[in-house]
Design a protein around this ligand. Structure first.
Ligand SMILES: *[C@@H]1O[C@H](CO)[C@@H](O)[C@H](O)[C@H]1NC(C)=O
Ligand SMILES: *[C@@H]1O[C@H](CO)[C@@H](O)[C@H](O)[C@H]1NC(C)=O
Ligand SMILES: *[C@@H]1O[C@H](CO)[C@@H](O)[C@H](O)[C@H]1NC(C)=O
Length: 471
């Protein structure tokens, strides 16, 4: 029997069998009988000994037959458990590529947005973002306000996550047409993973729960659906180990950025929500620079980022945002914990410039005296230095990139009246030790102190490069 056919047959049959054993038995036996007759008519024996059906599998099939009272559930062959014929899109490992240090394996464009071509022609700015599996649930929020192209790099560490990612993508495609249209996905896995082979029981578990998994949740329950997936496929020991390993943030940022085929990129974190219509607003700004023949090669434009109390509605205009800012419901991103991250944007000054809706204009320059550990979200051409891939995990990942740009002579100017919002105020807990299954609470601290040692050396390197003019 063809494996693909067997696969597609076995799933519904098992479900049906559980619920209506007798009817299913009769129907299936009839169907099998018809198939045997059909095959015999074509002169093919049912199990051709010359085919690649080996004896072990033959024995397994016979055992299965016994176990199920003569009712054959054709098992997956051990091979199809790895290649997932017909079940999930295959990942072409033969066409993947490695990062420079062979830490990760990269698959570009595992999924291309349906409107990708049009969007990339229409917009000169693409939003580049990255995520682990558990954080993809933020993307529908982001797509409410951003209508340009999105290049999303996703890091997964094992087969189960690949299965979950596919189920989640299917859910997002069904529920959010904007996701289907705007988002192209690039995938990265640890380089040690050179094929996907499912552990005994994982696919069976998926089959058994398929109806619940796919249909139970309503479209707005994006977070609940991800939580369900995570609890249906509890984290394996292997995945736990992988989680303790570092998430290669800067690799992922670079992959996402390189996946943008536009002049400018807007590299953000996945939980950062742009102000309404940001893509269109930035496009107008971009066009006006072109019209006025302002061609600043080393200019980057900062979009001020605020954090907002969960209970507050999303501000539609700068004026609404400033009202929140003045009441304390909004503050600069990381304002309370780790204020150096965004302070150089100068929020008090921005709050006083151009409150009117209207075209994007320059608010003020970021001045050099206060930019140490600065990590703004900005748009720029992709000629700006990449994220330094020597930093793995948390700490100094974005600010080291800002420093490199700064030493390379880039100027940063803050735009108005556009902005970004991080929903929820940052607390000590969210910054230092966010809860993540299987991860000890000191993981971020350890990674940060390791990266600090690297940062000190990298700073010296940057200063040398600047002095030698080799940026
Ligand atoms: C950046 O700013 C400095 C000083 O403010 C100025 O001298 C330089 O020309 C600017 N560079 C660019 C590329 O605009
Ligand atoms: C943050 O920026 C404001 C405005 O530029 C400045 O007055 C203040 O001293 C800065 N705070 C820190 C901690 O750098
Ligand atoms: C930013 O600095 C440049 C020179 O470095 C100056 O020409 C420009 O006017 C400044 N922009 C603003 C908005 O202050």
């Amino acid at each position: 029997m063809e494996p693909i056919f067997a696969l597609s047959l076995s799933i519904p049959v098992r479900l049906a069998f559980r619920n209506f054993p007798l009817i299913t038995l009769i129907l299936t036996v009839t169907l099998m009988w018809l198939m045997v007759i059909h095959q015999e008519k074509q002169g093919q024996p049912e199990f051709d000994s010359s085919s690649d059906f080996n004896t072990d599998e033959h024995r397994q099939a016979q055992d299965l037959e016994k176990d199920t009272n003569g009712f054959i559930f054709t098992s997956f062959s051990s091979e199809s458990r790895c290649t997932l014929q017909g079940l999930l899109p295959e990942l072409p490992f033969s066409r993947s590529r490695f990062d420079n240090k062979r830490i990760i394996r990269i698959f570009d464009y595992v999924r291309t947005g349906k409107s990708w071509e049009n969007l990339v022609n229409q917009y000169s700015i693409c939003l580049a973002t990255q995520s682990s599996l558990d954080r993809i649930k933020h993307i529908p929020e982001l797509l409410k306000t951003w209508r340009g192209p999105v290049s999303l790099a996703v890091y997964i560490t094992n087969e189960e996550e690949w299965l979950m990612l596919n189920l989640y993508i299917r859910f997002l495609e069904r529920c959010y047409p904007s996701f289907g249209n705007q988002v192209s996905i690039h995938l990265a896995v640890p380089s040690s993973l050179d094929q996907f082979c499912f552990k005994e029981g994982v696919l069976e578990k998926w089959e058994a729960n398929q109806a619940t998994i796919e249909n139970k949740y309503q479209c707005h329950e994006v977070h609940d659906f991800m939580n369900l997936l995570i609890s249906t496929f509890p984290i394996t020991e292997k995945a736990k180990l992988a989680l303790k390993e570092v998430y290669p943030q800067n690799h992922m940022r670079n992959i996402a950025r390189k996946g943008c085929a536009t002049d400018w990129t807007f590299s953000t974190d996945i939980d950062i929500i742009p102000s309404e219509g940001l893509a269109e607003n930035l496009q107008e700004f971009y066009d006006s620079l072109k019209e006025n023949r302002i061609n600043c090669e080393k200019c980057a434009y900062v979009i001020p980022t605020f954090e907002l109390e969960e209970t507050q509605p999303f501000p539609k205009t700068k004026r609404e945002l400033i009202a929140c800012y003045e009441s304390g419901a909004a503050r600069q991103f990381h304002g309370k914990y780790y204020s150096t991250a965004h302070n150089a944007t100068n929020f008090p000054l921005w709050a006083s410039t151009n409150l009117e809706d209207g075209p994007v204009t320059l608010s003020h320059n970021v001045t050099s005296s206060q930019t140490f550990l600065y990590e703004p979200f900005y748009v720029s051409s992709d000629l700006i230095p990449p994220f330094d891939e020597r930093f793995l995990g948390y700490g100094f990942t974005r600010n080291s990139q800002f420093q490199a740009a700064f030493y390379a002579g880039w100027n940063f100017t803050v735009l108005t009246p556009v902005f970004n919002i991080h929903p929820g105020l940052q607390t000590h807990k969210t910054v230092i030790s966010p809860k993540k299954e299987g991860v000890g609470k000191n993981v971020r601290k350890e990674q940060t102190s390791r990266n600090y040692q690297i940062f000190k050396k990298v700073l010296k390197e940057m200063k040398l490069k600047q002095a030698e003019g080799i940026f």
